[in-house]
Design a protein around this ligand. Structure first.
Ligand code: ADP
Length: 175
């Protein structure tokens, strides 16, 4: 059984075993959460990402997958990078978004992480509507969490609006 908690704030200020990054396929940095993690975490994270591009992920990290690196100067042991889908009006990419959460939890479990913080993946630059993104996030983490040793999944929401949407979605889920 996994406990899901919600926090309003900046994900880079969190203490946890693992911090999930809403990365892009290049793994070489971007805006939003990704930019903030690299700024605060320092160059060790980018170095590790470059190593991944030079080895396992020569063509980048595919959408829906997850991979861990050091957390550099962040107050965590690992950053788990995952690539969310860009929201589409014409194509249902929910399975890929769910996969980000499931794969991040799987990687966290493999590492032995007990606490994991998540951003609202794809709901920023990638344009996913917050309410739908929240439902997919919470349902997937609850379901996948029951089979993992991760004890706490903490969603860190940027701003009161996002926090409110997650709060409502969590209540709907009856968690
Ligand atoms: P994506 O490209 O997957 O959409 P973003 O990083 O642009 O990723 O945004 C994902 C979500 O994270 C958005 O809801 C955004 O408002 C939020 N966000 C941006 N910066 C931070 C931060 N420092 N801490 C927590 N959440 C953040």
């Amino acid at each position: 059984m996994i406990t899901i908690t919600l926090v309003q704030g900046d994900i880079t200020a969190q203490h946890a075993d693992a911090i999930v990054n809403a990365a892009n396929s290049s793994l070489l940095g971007g805006g939003g959460v990704d930019g903030a993690i690299h700024r605060k975490g320092g160059p060790a994270i980018l170095d590790a990402c470059r190593d991944l591009r030079a080895s396992r992920y020569g063509r980048g990290l595919p959408v829906g997958q997850a991979v861990a690196t050091t957390a550099g100067n962040l107050d965590a042991t690992w950053v788990i990078h995952t690539v969310g889908p860009v929201w589409s009006r014409t194509e249902d990419r929910s399975a890929e978004l769910a996969s980000c959460y499931r794969e991040s939890l799987r990687v966290a479990d493999e590492l032995g992480a007990r606490s994991v913080v998540f951003p609202a993946i794809s709901t920023g630059i990638f344009g996913w509507p917050m309410d739908d993104g929240a439902r997919i996030a919470l349902r997937t983490v609850r379901d996948a969490g029951s089979a993992s040793r991760v004890a706490e999944a903490r969603f860190v929401l940027f701003g009161a609006d996002a926090y409110g949407v997650f709060e409502e979605a969590l209540a709907e889920l009856g968690h």
